[in-house]
Design a protein. Structure first.
Length: 404
């Protein structure tokens, strides 16, 4: 099998069939199940393992350790996806995902459960890097933007569905939500049946293609840093919103409805990315960050739940656009030889951002008031938007000065 630094792949003359496209989108939905599925069961889990020292802290780690595992293993899985068939990485990862994810059904030891969650994180990293790389290989231009929009929308809606299902099963027992991971088995069958790597370009044609796109390293690094910042901002919502709404008299049902509405707006925004992408990557990033900044600022200054809903809706419009934009941006500026590694770095940055978001927000929260955390997120989004604008203007000025 020739290495990827010797050949490149393109979506023509063949195209991935519809069922293959559905399989890639379905695989992307699995990633949001990693933590959201079992979150509603954490109180019962803490009670069950109450005799274990520091059980309250360790049970919370059952969720967060998966995100850390994804962040640490994504670059390695990206490197592996650049060395062997990406479809093989995806097929193995989905099977491991089903086994490790459902392990809570038969594991009765907290330490062993933690190990299974680390393995789950590695599987999620494999699913994310390989599925995103395969989308970028099979599709180009507006069709790629459309697929990344579908991917982001499906992930958002899947998160809402799996979280609700996990909450319903948590009523039964602390480990019942782990059964949801068996939903990955039909996906595994569909992936094994319909997903393949695209055909290689003949060597003569490949020799005309650069292995690395010129001057892309700095841009890719900037995209990765931007993804890290965006996730810090975005994760203020799931970690701080329940407390903010509680201060306003809202209960858990109100929180669920508000987050459900935000997910819907985010999904609809992602579906529009195929048209918005015509503005260009930098402009979409600037628009997204501006919307996120405005939305978070409104939430942080709200005195009523209705105002919070307005702010979150505006922010969700930005989040829905920024996620497919990051994937498209990094895919468009990498060759097949390095694409999965770049995507792995992007995924790693995103989950590191999620992991550190509540840590960074903690000092900002004053006297139990969570509103300053949203204001800080708004400011951080604004700083990121100004940075993107300044770099875009500098690039235009550099291009003009280089022109004869």
């Amino acid at each position: 099998m020739p290495e990827r630094n010797q050949i490149d792949t393109v979506p023509v003359p063949q195209r991935l069939r519809t069922k293959g496209s559905v399989a890639l989108i379905a695989a992307s939905m699995l990633t949001v199940m990693a933590g959201a599925t079992i979150s509603p069961a954490l109180p019962k889990m803490a009670d069950y393992f109450s005799e274990v020292d520091s059980s309250g802290f360790l049970v919370k780690l059952v969720v967060t350790i998966t995100a850390l595992s994804i962040a640490l293993s994504a670059p390695v899985l990206g490197w592996l996806s650049d060395r062997i068939e990406r479809s093989s990485v995806l097929k193995v990862s989905v099977v491991v995902y089903a086994i490790a994810g459902s392990a809570g059904l038969w594991i009765d030891d907290l330490s062993a459960l933690m190990v299974s969650r680390v393995i789950l994180g590695i599987a999620v990293a494999g699913v994310m890097t390989s599925s995103t790389a395969l989308i970028s290989e099979w599709f180009t231009g507006e069709r790629r933007s459309k697929m990344f929009g579908f991917q982001a929308a499906a992930s958002g809606l899947g998160g809402a569905v799996f979280l609700s299902l996990g909450g319903a099963l948590a009523v039964v027992s602390w480990n019942a939500p782990f059964a949801i991971y068996f939903l990955s088995l039909p996906v595994a069958i569909l992936v094994a049946w319909k997903v393949t790597d695209p055909p290689p370009v003949p060597k003569v044609a490949a020799e005309l293609k650069p292995v690395l796109k010129s001057n892309a390293t700095a841009l890719i690094s900037g995209i990765v840093v931007l993804a890290f910042v965006i996730q810090i901002v975005f994760y203020v919502v799931p970690t701080q919103l329940p407390f903010l709404l509680g201060e306003m008299g809202g209960d858990s049902s109100i929180t669920g409805l508000v987050i459900g509405w935000m997910v819907l707006v985010q999904a609809l925004s992602s579906l529009s990315y195929r048209w918005v992408s015509r503005l260009g990557f930098s402009n979409v990033a600037l628009l997204s960050l501006t919307l996120m900044s405005a939305g978070m600022t409104i939430v942080g200054t709200s005195g009523a739940i209705a105002q919070v809903l307005v702010g979150l809706s505006i922010s969700a419009l930005g989040v829905g656009l920024v996620m497919p934009n990051l994937n498209s941006w990094i895919s468009d500026n990498t060759s097949s030889a390095t694409r999965a590694r770049a995507i792995g770095a992007l995924i790693s940055a995103m989950f590191l951002g999620q992991f550190v978001s509540p840590v960074i927000a903690e000092p900002v929260i004053q006297g139990g008031d969570t509103a300053p955390a949203f204001l800080a997120a708004g400011v951080l989004s604004l700083v990121a938007a100004i940075t993107v604008l300044a770099l875009s203007v500098a690039k235009i000025a550099q291009s003009d000065s280089a022109s004869p």
